[in-house]
Ligand binder design. Structure first.
Ligand SMILES: Nc1ncnc2c1ncn2[C@@H]1O[C@H](COP(=O)(O)OP(=O)(O)OP(=O)(O)O)[C@@H](O)[C@H]1O
Length: 403
């Protein structure tokens, strides 16, 4: 960026100089040429004029004429150079507009292709490195050769499914796990190890490039860390993506919605704003309130599986625990990404990524895990030393955490 700004600075200065001064400067020289020339050939000019005009005062008139022509020509030139300057800057505006138009047009094409199911994402960079899993390409397009099977038993089964980003980076070459309803899964691992990517694959946002994925249809509900608020009233926020007609069809009443709001400790918002007032909820609600609103959505939809991506990070620990317990009581199976040890007790299984593409899927013993966490916290408070670093490394590996 610095380099670009450096180059642009000189370019803009030169461009402005050319537009402002070169045109008018050249013009001034051109119009003053006859005056300069007639000053040198003054004698000849005067005699010539004398022949044309018989008046004695003609000499004086020719000076005023020339001044008049000069001023008119000068004004015309300045106006002309301004016009050229405007043309040149209009060209820049048109080029900019063309850029925006091209982008909007390609967006329309992508939307069109996506709705017809024929869209292929353009890669930013193709992976050169050899991995234990290799993506097959047809031309520039990676082939999603994985199989997606609709699970009739409401189970989630991944069999050698790789976690691959849209850039074709292989975050995890092969992942296998089997999850039944009621098995609440905690997902841990260092930053960028593919936790959220797994959710994107499970919810069908990213293609499956290999292996077999069994998922139940319409049974997943994904809540991101920063939930979306929609345009509409408070009721629309809770029932999203349902419409009011869907809500009526499901025989859900406003009293039910009020109960849900009570469960997520947001009843005060209903009292303050009612269910019907349209507001800009993204601005009005605080970060924690928005997250609780997303949980209210979860309680409204009651899916079989909830994919919770640090979705209560801004909610206080006691309210958060209450929310998790309520979700379990409703029969929702949780798949949670969280860094809060207070939530471990709500999970029965753990999927731990190590950040190098390896992972471990096992039963979660939350008390043993809490002991390890306590030991790590205590160790962090002690003085630095070789033993400390070694034990910390071991603990981080066991806990699947960054240092
Ligand atoms: N849309 C995308 N296009 C390309 N690469 C992506 C995209 N989204 C994520 N990635 C990359 O995929 C890798 C895994 O990202 P992911 O979001 O799954 O990490 P994470 O384990 O959830 O991390 P964190 O704990 O920081 O949330 C990262 O290297 C990230 O840069």
């Amino acid at each position: 960026m610095e380099h670009m700004f450096g180059v642009r600075l000189w370019f803009v200065m030169l461009e402005q100089f050319l537009m402002k001064y070169v045109w008018s400067g050249t013009g001034m020289i051109v119009v003053s040429l006859p005056i300069l020339l007639s000053a040198t050939n003054g004698r000849k000019g005067i005699e010539h004029k004398k022949q044309v005009h018989e008046d004695v005062a003609d000499n004086h008139d020719s000076v005023s004429d020339r001044t008049e022509y000069f001023t008119t020509a000068k004004n015309l030139l300045i106006t002309g150079s301004n016009a050229v300057e405007r043309l040149m800057s209009s060209y820049k505006d048109i080029v900019e507009l063309a850029g925006h138009t091209a982008r909007v047009a390609s967006m329309f094409t992508v939307l069109e292709e996506a709705s017809q199911g024929i869209y292929h994402k353009t890669l930013v960079a193709k992976k050169e490195k050899k991995e234990s899993f290799e993506i097959e390409f047809r031309g520039d397009q990676p082939l999603a050769k994985g199989e997606i099977v609709q699970s009739t038993s409401n189970e989630i089964i991944l069999h050698n499914v790789p976690i691959v980003t849209p850039n074709c980076d292989i975050v995890c070459p092969s992942l296998s796990l089997h999850l039944r309803p009621g098995q609440h899964l905690l997902i841990t691992g260092p930053n960028g190890c593919g936790k959220s990517s797994l959710f994107r694959i499970l919810s069908g946002l990213w293609p499956v490039y290999g292996g077999v994925l069994h998922t139940p249809k319409n049974a997943m509900f994904y809540i991101p860390q920063r939930p979306y608020m929609v345009i509409g009233n408070l009721r629309d926020q809770i029932i999203y993506p349902d419409t009011y007609a869907d809500m009526i069809n499901k025989q859900i009443t406003e009293e039910d919605l009020r109960k849900i709001m009570r469960m997520v400790h947001l009843e005060h918002i209903v009292e303050r704003d009612t269910f019907h007032e349209v507001k800009d909820w993204t601005d009005i609600l605080s970060g924690g309130e928005k997250q609780r609103m997303a949980v209210a959505r979860l309680f409204y939809h009651k899916p079989k599986y909830a994919l919770l991506d640090e979705c209560t990070s801004a909610v206080s620990i006691d309210v958060e625990s209450h929310i998790y317990q309520s979700a379990i009581d409703m029969g929702i199976t949780l798949l949670t990404i969280t860094h809060r040890p207070t939530l471990w007790k709500f999970h029965t299984n753990i999927l731990q990524f190590d950040g190098t593409g390896l992972w471990e899927f096992s039963k979660l013993n939350h008390s043993t895990r809490l002991d390890l966490k306590k030991e790590k916290d205590e160790l962090l408070r002690t003085k630095d030393g070789k033993d400390k670093t070694q034990r910390l490394d071991e603990l981080n590996k066991l806990l699947g955490e960054d240092l």
